[in-house]
Structures are given as C-alpha cells and as structure tokens.
Design a protein around this ligand. Structure first.
Ligand SMILES: Cc1ncc(COP(=O)(O)O)c(C=O)c1O
Length: 368
C-alpha cells in the first residue's frame, strides 16, 4: 500500500534528533552592490534556456557556500521547512505543496498520474512540451491547439478541444516560447469550465516576471487544478534543480505517492538555497526591473530591424525571422551566442532569452 506522505514525514521526523539544522535564520539582510552576470568558463552568451543571468541570489550563494559541510546528511526536516516557506509565500497550506528536482520532476509526476488510463491531453501549439514524453509514451493522444494569430493561448479553442476522454489540459502562463499571457479573468473562467475528470496543469514558471497573481488561490476550490512553479527562472537556481507543485491536499498526496521518497529528490544545499532566495526580495525585484529594461531595449532594436516581435511577459522574446535577410544562426555562432531553434516554420518564429543589457547589446550588434 502506498504510504501517505504526511505519515511518512512524521515517521522520518522521529529519526531527526541530534541532526544539527543549518542556520537558515541567520542570513543577513541582502546587500546587492550591483548585479553582475555570471558566465560559464567558455564565456559564451547563453540566450537559449531562459535562465537568470544574475543568479543565484547573493543570499542563496551564501547559503550554498556556507553549508557545504552538511551535505553528508539527509536532513529531511529542511524539506518541511522549505515546504512551509513556500506555502507561506503562496498563501496556501503546507499540505498543498510538493517539492521536486525542478518543475520538470513535477510535470513528470503529473504525467504518470494521468497516464494510468488511455485518453488524450490538450496543449497549445507552440508551447513548452519537452516534458510530454511520458504522456506520449503511455499512448495518450496529443491534441495540439494552435495559438491565435497574435500568438496567444487560445483558451476558447482549448476548452473546445476537451472531450470526455481528456485526462489533462496544460496551460503555460506566460507561454513558452511565445511570451504571451492569458488574462487572469479568462483563465479563472476556463478553469471553472473544465470537467472535474480532467486535470488542469498550469505552469507558472515565468509568472514571476509579471504582475499577475498566481492561480494558487483556486487550488482548494478545484481538486483537478495543479500549478507547477520553479526556482529555475527569476530565482536563478536552474542548476540547483528545485521546483514545486501546488494543489489540493488530496491531489498532492496522490502525486507524492508516486515519489519513492516524497519531497526528497532536492538536495540539502538546493533546499537551503531556495529558502534563502525566498527571503531575497531585493534580488527578485532587481531581476524583475533589469529583465524589463533589457527586454524593452531588445524589442525596440528588433523592431528597428523590421522584425515582427510579440509583446513579452517573460524573460524571452518571440520574433519572426521571415523578413531577416542574413543567416541569423550563423551570425549567432560567429559571435559565440547561443540562441534557440525555429518553433514555427510558417513565419520563421524563434525565441531569444533576455540576458543582461550588455548581452542584449552584443546580440543586437551581432545580427545588425
Ligand atoms: C514553461 C517551463 N516549465 C518548466 C520548465 C522546467 O524548469 P525546471 O525543471 O528547471 O524547473 C521550463 C524550463 O525552461 C519551462 O520553460
């Protein structure tokens, strides 16, 4: 019989006596002398995977460096502490939170959860779909719903694509790769209209780059609503692999029963880094503003080059290369810049991550 996660944590907690906890509370107030980008050794400009060029935050770096010596211990209680911190920051209860090694693990868990029976799933096209391999391998039929002409997720068409056998509908908000956002009011209506037998998976990986409120306040109303969030984007912890799901208590318990060691795929250091990041509100605010400025600069410059750009609510920009006369990908290569692929052949739409202002200037110079 599958172990209930609450009981499991309690059971594990019994063995904690004597294990010294890292002093999370001792992190000092943030002092950011001016954020500088962090580069890989090859000095390539990475505008490929929507990472935060400035992260981890100063407090997270201090937490990582200062706690190396407790990596010899499991320290399960830190998972509970992080769950509480996440619950507090999302205004939900501890029982509504499940941790994973990046939101990818949670997306995968949800896939396993819905793949026990045959049926279909609905996803916008294009959208973030690297994670759907489990759904595809389980034989679930993929129903792709094209985005609108202005590259928005077509909620009405997605509603219409849901049938009796639809196990899951996935909404990425803001949508990767288009950068568009669904109006919250429309999203709330959409959620209310989805039958209870269909899981609504809302991916809020990039919502921190907007002023829009999370759908987390709806999880207690709709047990079929699962929200996934990540520390990989604005929190700058992509390499630390930490994300979480928010859902109704029973849904979280069902998902956690699919993890062999619930909440424990995340390393002790990553848990500490995530907790420190949640406290580093100044870093998050700075990253928000810096992203906004570099994004606006890039959009303005791309428009000067007569390239069609979609207004972005994230840390990347979707634009069309159909009027670009040179070899865009060769120019990136020549300048040691990593971009990404063509997502839609029709219109030759591609995406560029918003890096630092300096990086975006180098990007524009490379393609001018
Ligand atoms: C929309 C979206 N969701 C989820 C992920 C996965 O993020 P992670 O597994 O690092 O949390 C990404 C990564 O780029 C993404 O763009």
């Amino acid at each position: 019989m599958a172990t209930n996660r609450r009981i499991w944590l309690k059971h594990i907690g019994l063995g904690l006596a004597g294990i010294g906890l890292a002093n999370v509370e001792s992190f000092a107030a943030p002092a950011i002398p001016g954020l500088k980008e962090l580069r890989n050794n090859d000095n390539a400009i990475l505008l490929r995977s929507n990472e935060n060029p400035y992260g981890p935050s100063p407090l997270a770096r201090r937490a990582l460096a200062g706690n190396l010596n407790i990596s010899n211990r499991y320290n399960w209680e830190l998972a509970s502490q992080l769950i509480s911190a996440i619950a507090k920051s999302n205004n939900v209860s501890d029982g509504n939170v499940l941790l994973g090694a990046g939101s990818t693990e949670l997306l995968d868990l949800v896939s396993k959860y819905v793949s026990t029976e045959k049926g279909s799933y609905v996803i916008a096209d294009p959208s973030y779909d690297y994670w759907t391999v489990t759904l595809d391998n389980s034989g679930l039929k993929k129903i792709k719903v094209p985005v609108t002409a202005d590259k928005r997720t077509d909620l009405q068409a997605m509603s219409g694509a849901i049938s009796q056998d639809t196990k899951l509908v996935y909404i990425c908000n803001p949508n990767n790769p288009t950068g568009t956002i669904c109006e919250r009011e429309l999203l709330v209506k959409f959620v209310a209209g989805v039958p209870q037998s269909t899981i609504i998976l809302v991916d809020e990986a990039y919502l921190d780059f907007t002023k829009q409120q999370s759908l987390s306040n709806l999880i207690t109303i709709y047990p079929n609503l699962i929200i996934v969030k990540t520390f990989s984007k604005i929190y700058g912890l992509a390499g630390a692999r930490i994300g979480y799901a928010l859902a109704d208590r029973k849904t979280i318990d069902r998902l956690s029963n699919l993890q062999s060691s619930p909440d424990n795929s995340v390393s002790v250091l990553s848990r500490l880094a995530a907790m420190a990041s949640l406290k580093d509100t100044r870093f998050i605010a700075d990253c928000y503003s810096l992203n906004e400025a570099a994004r606006q600069y890039t959009i303005d410059e791309l428009k000067k080059l007569n390239l069609r750009c979609i207004a972005s609510y994230a840390n990347f920009i979707y634009f069309s290369l159909s009027d670009f006369k040179k070899d865009y990908f060769q120019l990136l290569k020549n300048n040691n810049i990593l971009g990404t692929k063509i997502y839609e052949e029709q219109g030759k739409w591609t995406r560029i991550t918003v890096g630092t202002m300096e990086e975006m200037k180098a990007f524009i110079k490379a393609i001018q």
